[in-house]
Ligand binder design. Structure first.
Ligand code: HEC
Length: 183
């Protein structure tokens, strides 16, 4: 059940609510179960087992002046209902199916990470150094089958060797045909 809910957040909320820590809108991270449970600047938005008292629902059904998703059409009735059912059932986390690709490369001042997926998908890019230190992180909703391209400018202290890792969510079996390279 959570993977269907996470999909709704991925396509409608994460581009504003999964920014690097400290910059996500309203202090809320909708890209992880932990973030949803922690809530934002207003405090908790989900009361597991009780959708009717969960603030999140007020943001989705228009009871709040700033209806979410902000500046976009409201979620469909069935999507809002699915979120309410998930909260009423305990708002539990279940593993979201994901597929992982990685490629090592020599860093340059500027480069582009390219990931091709023959399906709609939600992608998380993490570039790290040899010792696992995180250098760069981005998330993208690929709304049509095709290519996600991430232009990256390297920091002055970046190591010569790095690894680009992409987590592919919600693409189903098509994720196995995904390809990743750096140009
Ligand atoms: C275009 C950007 C954008 C999108 C898309 C968006 N939001 Fe927001 N959201 C905001 C902004 C900006 C605020 C802060 C509003 C304020 O503080 O007045 C906010 C605030 C919130 C809050 C209140 C957080 C708090 O504690 O203050 C919730 C809950 C929320 N959004 C949920 C969602 C959900 C769920 C979605 C997807 C269905 C969504 N938002 C999509 C921009 C967005």
């Amino acid at each position: 059940m959570f993977d269907a809910i996470a999909l709704i957040f991925a396509f409608h909320c994460n581009h504003c609510h999964a920014a690097p820590p400290g910059t996500s809108a309203g202090g809320l991270d909708t890209s992880s179960h932990q973030g949803l449970m922690a809530g934002g600047g207003m405090g908790r938005i989900i009361l597991p087992g009780d959708a009717s008292r969960s603030l999140l629902m007020e943001f989705l059904d228009g009871r709040r002046a700033k209806r979410m998703p902000l500046d976009a059409p409201p979620l469909k009735g069935e999507e809002i209902a699915a979120i309410a059912r998930w909260i009423d059932a305990g708002a539990r986390e279940e593993a979201v199916p994901r597929h992982l690709l990685s490629v090592a490369f020599q860093t340059k001042a500027a480069f582009t990470v390219v990931c091709r997926v023959p399906a709609r998908a939600y992608l998380r890019l993490i570039v790290s150094g040899k010792n696992g230190e995180m250098l760069h992180r981005e998330e993208t909703a690929l709304r049509e089958p095709g290519e996600a391209r991430w232009p990256v400018v390297a920091g002055t202290r970046w190591p010569r060797q790095a690894v680009a890792r992409v987590e592919i969510l919600f693409a189903g079996a098509a994720a196995r045909q995904a390809r990743l390279h750096v140009e």
